[in-house]
Structures are given as structure tokens and as C-alpha cells.
Write a protein that binds this ligand. Sequence first.
Ligand SMILES: NC(=O)c1ccc[n+]([C@@H]2O[C@H](COP(=O)([O-])OP(=O)(O)OC[C@H]3O[C@@H](n4cnc5c(N)ncnc54)[C@H](OP(=O)(O)O)[C@@H]3O)[C@@H](O)[C@H]2O)c1
Length: 316
Amino acid sequence: MSQKKIIAVFGATGAQGGGLARAILHDPNSEFAVRVITRDTTSDKARELAALGAELVSADVDDKESMVKALQGAYGAFFVTFFWSHFSPEKEGQHVRDMAAAAKEAGIKHAIWSTLEDTRRWVPLEDNSMPTLMGKYKVPHFDGKGESDHYFTDAGVPVTFMLASYYWDNLIYFGMGPKPGPDGNLAITFPMGDKKMAGISADDIGKCAYGIFKKGPEMIGKTVGIAGDQLTLQEMADALSSAIGKPVAYNEVTPEAYRGFGFPGAEDLGNMFQFYRDFDEVCNTTRNVQVSRELNPELKSFDMWLAANASRIPLD
Ligand SMILES: NC(=O)c1ccc[n+]([C@@H]2O[C@H](COP(=O)([O-])OP(=O)(O)OC[C@H]3O[C@@H](n4cnc5c(N)ncnc54)[C@H](OP(=O)(O)O)[C@@H]3O)[C@@H](O)[C@H]2O)c1
């Protein structure tokens, strides 16, 4: 193990980083070892990874010096930020700035930064097709990431920019699954019109990141979007119907209606789906299923994801 190149993984106890950590730990022939970066090395999730062979190191993205220390001696690092724990693009930007500086200081040879588009490249603030949020963003949890990409290049960190897709796991954990309507029939509610949306099994994100690390230096400086499938919401509803064994309709709403649902982040997500809908070609060209499968031969389609996960989707 001491001969292996260490990959330091942020968010290793979560979805994206967890997929990467497990992909490496489950590969007995891997050239890499895993360093889990966590705020709590005693948590059950951290211990589970340690039991699989990971090293546990504590750091907090709010504390740059802790990140510099945690990255010492690592060959590679996977960076992801945690927008939904604070809802602040400015805070996210600060975290990325500190991550990039820490990566430089620690001499990281290959970083992967899990970013998203700065949607203002396509929807400038003066474009009233969607509201400006928080004073200067269209899709805050995208824009704050995209506008921070330059921190890595400015610092001279060898980096691959990776853009993830909509996690299908949101149907389980984020309250986006089928729900009974007033007529009692199940429906999924999205403002996507008839456009195809790129989606992915959350654990495949980390597996694709592993593929990027395995390819190594040829991936530095590249931007790679990943997806397991690109489907219309009607196609997703049909696949859900087959997997669940009950009819699931697609309840198409407008982005305006979605923004008005009132849950935390509804406006941000309403704008995000509108961006996915109105710039479907941009989003789906960036998120290439074929490229993702080359990086991760186990990549799941939506049907494959449903075969493993449909029974976990809450239906009430
Ligand atoms: N949901 C989607 O469809 C989707 C799609 C594309 C991109 N994204 C983006 O994915 C990002 C979240 O990634 P994820 O889903 O993998 O996260 P996640 O599953 O919520 O994982 C969060 C992990 O982050 C760690 N963490 C949280 N705060 C931290 C801090 N201050 N310092 C160090 N570690 C911290 C936690 O580890 P410890 O508790 O062990 O410290 C936790 O295990 C978001 O920025 C979101 O915008 C989401």
C-alpha cells in the first residue's frame, strides 16, 4: 500500500467522493490508495471506509491550513464543495479558492474539481427569461462553481474539470420521486418540457473520477461532463412505471411554477431545470454518455439504476 499513489478525497463520506473512494478501495489492483478527508474520523461512514483500507485524515473546507496538511504527500485530490449545506455561492467560491491554494501548496500532481457551468455565459443577468437570484446569479449552485474554476488554473494546479449530471438518487433522497396527485395517481413533477435531461447514478460520478485519475496526465486541462443517460421526463416516467409496477405520469409544470414551490432552493432548482431545458444541447453535449462509459465501464443507464434502486424510492 505504501507504494501506491495517494488520492485525497473530499466528501468521501458523501455521494460523489464516496463513489470514488469505494471504486479505488474495491479494486485490488489499483495503483492508488485512498485518503478520506472528513471532519469526523470517528463517524460510522469514515470507519466503514477505513475498514476497506482507507486512511482517515481530518480537515474542514472552512480551514485552509487543515486542507494543506491533509493533502501533504498525496499524488491526487478530488475536490467537491457542499452548496446545499450553506446555500451560499460566495462561501463556495471561498472554499474553491482555498482548495486550489492548498493543492498548489501541497504539490498535488492531478486534481479533479467537480464543477458545474456558470450559466450566466448563456443567460446573462439582464436576460429576464429567468429571475436573477441573490443579486448576481441565475443558478447560484452552478454559477458559484463555474466562476471559481479559474482558481485552479490561476494557481497552476494540474486539474481536470468534471461536470456531474442530475443524480437519479434525488428521486430517493431529495423528495423528487413520484408522488400521488389529487387523483391518487403517481406523477413526477419537473419543468423540463419535452427536452432530454442528463442524469447519473451518484456512485457512478466517483467511478468516472477514478477513470480520470487512471488515465492520468492526458486528462489534465480537460473538461469532462459525465452522464449515465439522457432522457425526457416522459421517458423517465415510463421507465419508473415499469420498474415500480404502477403507472407514473410526467406532470409538466413551468419553471415559474417550480420556483414557487417554496422549499429551500426551489428558485435555484427552477432556474437550473430551465437552463437544462433551454440549453439542452449545450448541457447534453458537455455530458457525454459514451465518454463516461469509457471512463467507467460499469456506468449504469436509468433502467439499470432503477433495477437496483426502484424499491428504495418513497412513493407517499
Ligand atoms: N444532487 C445533484 O443532483 C447534484 C448534481 C451535480 C452536482 N451536485 C453538487 O454536489 C455537491 C455535493 O456533493 P455530494 O452530493 O457528494 O455531497 P454529500 O453527499 O452531501 O456529501 C457531503 C460530504 O461532504 C463532507 N463535508 C460537508 N461539509 C464539509 C466541510 N465543511 N469540510 C469538509 N467536508 C465536508 C461531509 O463529510 P464529513 O461529514 O465526513 O466531514 C459529507 O460526507 C453540491 O455542491 C451540489 O451542488 C449535486
